[in-house]
Design a protein around this ligand. Structure first.
Ligand code: WT7
Length: 651
């Protein structure tokens, strides 16, 4: 995690190029106007954005109803997300867009598909009818557990068309994790595929769905997309093939007229304690937020080919692979596989071949590319690129400079965008035609977003001191709650200060009031831009029969930002060693998924605890980061001496 000292030394400033500003959707002048309006009257600003960027079946009566911590935006307004992403681009004066590419998709083996707006509309209508045929009613939940294939976007949009909230579970999660999420949301239908391609080989998904459904009684139907063609078991009466259902489906399906606050989707994310939280987003505010930010921050133009490398299973994919991009009538590029197959230049080769103009990725990917060597991007013509974005974790200035120099050829503005699953859309970011950038800073809050730095007591922290990032006013894309748990919603986000949102990030501002985000301050780790709770990993580890106790901490990692280190006490009589480490890793993979697998496992005969019995996490973090010397390096490490020295400090 970068410290304030080192960040304060970063003094490089990059001004938007004149040529870029001149053509930008939001130039200096418009941005200044919007900022002024957003500062003074955020509701008026967002109402203006909602009118300009979103199509409504019926206007709202009240822009915001705020009964902290519960917000309703555009109260009484009626709309449909799939209408906004599809129908409005192929009707009336926009009818020409019918034959423009909405989704360009490339599979890892090199196969590709292009769906025009007209074709995507047709597929979405058909699948919406399939869902209806399976008995899915407005308000009923549909779980999606899929690889990056166009059918995932089709299924999402079909859900929104009929008002069935979707719950997408990232394909890297295990059957156990999937089952918990299906049950928590009470999903009636699961949509999946036989599998997908990764690292040059097919992988399976359907068996995990079968396992998850044992113990998920709410599921009536499973729809399976054929992607790999591998042998796949189908359960009679429950499972059906996507292509067979689609064959007979009608392509006529009127978009449901939904309330602005109708639930749009649930997306599970890790927290400090217990099980993952189902973050709830609704229709009108979310769509306004993502459509407006995509247009302003990515400067989306009719002629762009936009590529966000995130998996749709995460919020970035929801907001900026699908909804925010299609709502703008832009072309979104989707890729199925890993960046390094068949070679380390796969991404650059695709940018060159498809002439991608806007590229949005994560710092962990950038750091991986740096390590792979400049020769790979340099072999390809990247001159189609005109804007670069970064998301998911703090970007270190070195990685920013490399991105700027090697990928952007010093011509492309970089937007470092801070936001969260809970915020729905981007909150802190440069505007590429208007805001000077500094490597490593997210710069300023988006117009209409009110962000600041507070201390524990809620007092503003003066620059350049560090404190807690805070959002002081409600915003349209904000989460509306945690599915089925209003108490946890209140406690997690709204209990630190009165009526102020607490994102759990540390940050500071510099002299020009730019934000520098320093990362999570809770027991949540950010691994390659993905959020994993330490508690979740700990409970997965202790669920193994050979383990007595476990504590999990993050330590800085050059590529993934943070790496997971697990301190494990084996049960008496069980040998510590690589065989047990193997079992522990397998257990975590089974319970959560491979993304949560500890990079390092250290065995100890006792975890260091304070007198009151609390695990000394700070000490463990220091040990994991190599800041505390350990004398004894025998198989079972002994932290008791260090614990004694540190005790008063931790209590
Ligand atoms: C956490 C949210 C937002 C989509 C991806 C992650 C960290 C995110 C940045 C950034 C510094 C960032 C924060 C945040 N984060 N973007 N540009 N600079 N930190 O979504 O899984 O909900 O995680 O990611 O710590 O709280 P998420």
């Amino acid at each position: 995690m970068p410290d304030i000292e080192s960040l304060l030394k970063e003094t490089r400033v990059f001004k938007p190029a004149k040529e870029f500003s001149r053509q930008a959707n939001w130039n200096k002048k418009t941005t200044a106007e919007y900022r002024k309006l957003g500062d003074k009257n955020p509701e008026r600003f967002w109402a203006k954005m909602a009118k300009e960027n979103v199509s409504w079946f019926a206007p709202w009566k009240k822009t915001l109803q705020w009964k902290p911590p519960f917000a309703k935006w555009f109260v009484g307004g009626k709309l449909n997300v799939s209408y906004n992403c599809l129908d409005r681009h192929i009707e009336g004066e926009n009818a020409w867009r019918r034959n423009k590419a909405a989704i360009i998709w490339e599979g890892e083996p090199g196969d590709s598909r292009t769906l025009t707006y007209g074709e995507l509309h047709r597929e979405v209508c058909k699948f919406a009818n399939v869902l209806k045929g399976l008995g899915v009613k407005k308000g009923e939940r549909v779980a999606l557990y899929m690889p990056m294939v166009p059918e995932l976007a089709i299924a999402m949009l079909a859900c929104t068309r009929i008002g069935a909230p979707h719950s997408i579970v990232f394909g890297g999660f295990s059957a156990e994790a999937l089952r918990d999420r299906i049950n928590d949301a009470g999903a009636k239908v699961v949509i999946t595929s036989d599998g997908g391609f990764r690292r040059g080989a097919p992988f399976e998904l359907k068996p995990a769905v079968d396992e998850a459904c044992e113990g998920a009684d709410c599921v009536d139907h499973v729809v399976v997309v054929k992607r790999t063609g591998e042998e796949t078991a189908m359960k009679a009466g429950r499972d059906q093939w996507w292509h067979e259902l689609m064959e007979g489906a009608s392509a006529n399906c009127k978009p449901a007229r939904l309330d602005a606050e109708h639930p749009l989707f649930i997306l599970y994310t890790s927290g400090t304690t217990g099980s993952p939280k189902g973050i709830l987003h609704t229709t009108g505010g979310y769509l306004t937020h993502v459509t407006t930010t995509a247009k302003a921050i990515f400067d989306l133009k009719e002629t762009d080919t936009y590529w966000c490398t995130a998996d749709i299973g995460w919020i970035t994919g929801h907001s900026y692979v699908v909804y925010g991009i299609l709502a703008n009538g832009a072309t979104t590029f989707m890729y199925e596989g890993v960046p390094t197959h068949p070679g380390p230049d796969r991404f650059w080769e695709m940018i060159d071949r498809w002439k991608v103009t806007i590229f949005y990725t994560a710092p962990t990917a950038i750091r991986t590319f740096i390590r792979l060597g400049d020769e790979h991007p340099k072999r390809h013509d990247l001159s189609s690129l005109r804007l670069l974005g970064s998301v998911g974790e703090p970007i270190n200035p070195e990685a920013w400079m490399w991105y700027h120099r090697v990928i952007g050829n010093k011509r492309c503005p970089i937007v470092d965008t801070w936001w969260q699953t809970e915020t729905g859309g981007i909150m802190i970011t440069p505007l590429p035609g208007a805001v000077d950038t500094k490597p490593g800073s997210g710069t300023l809050a988006f117009p209409g977003i009110h962000a600041t730095i507070l201390d524990e007591e809620g007092k503003e922290v003066a620059a350049p001191n560090g404190g807690l990032l805070a959002i002081t006013r409600p915003w349209p894309g904000m989460l509306r709650g945690i599915w089925g748990d209003p108490k946890r919603y209140r406690e997690t986000y709204w209990s630190k200060w009165k009526d102020i949102y607490f994102p759990s990030d540390g940050a500071h501002k510099d002299k020009s009031s730019y934000f520098w985000i320093m990362g999570r301050i809770d027991d949540v780790m950010n691994i390659s831009g993905h959020r994993i709770g330490t508690m979740e990993v700990e409970s997965a580890i202790v669920s193994h029969a050979d383990v007595a106790e476990a504590a999990v901490v993050g330590r800085p990692d050059e590529i993934t930002g943070t790496a997971i280190v697990a301190f494990v006490t084996p049960k008496s009589g069980v040998d510590a060693g690589s065989a047990l480490a193997d079992k522990v890793r397998k257990q975590v993979t089974r319970e959560i998924g491979a993304i949560a697998k500890p990079k390092e496992i250290r065995f100890t005969d006792a975890l260091p605890k304070t007198r009151s019995g609390k695990i000394m996490r700070r000490l463990l973090r220091d040990i994991a980061a190599g800041k505390e010397g350990i004398g004894d390096t025998s198989t079972l490490e002994d932290f008791s001496v260090l614990a004694k020295i540190r005790e008063s400090d931790e209590d």
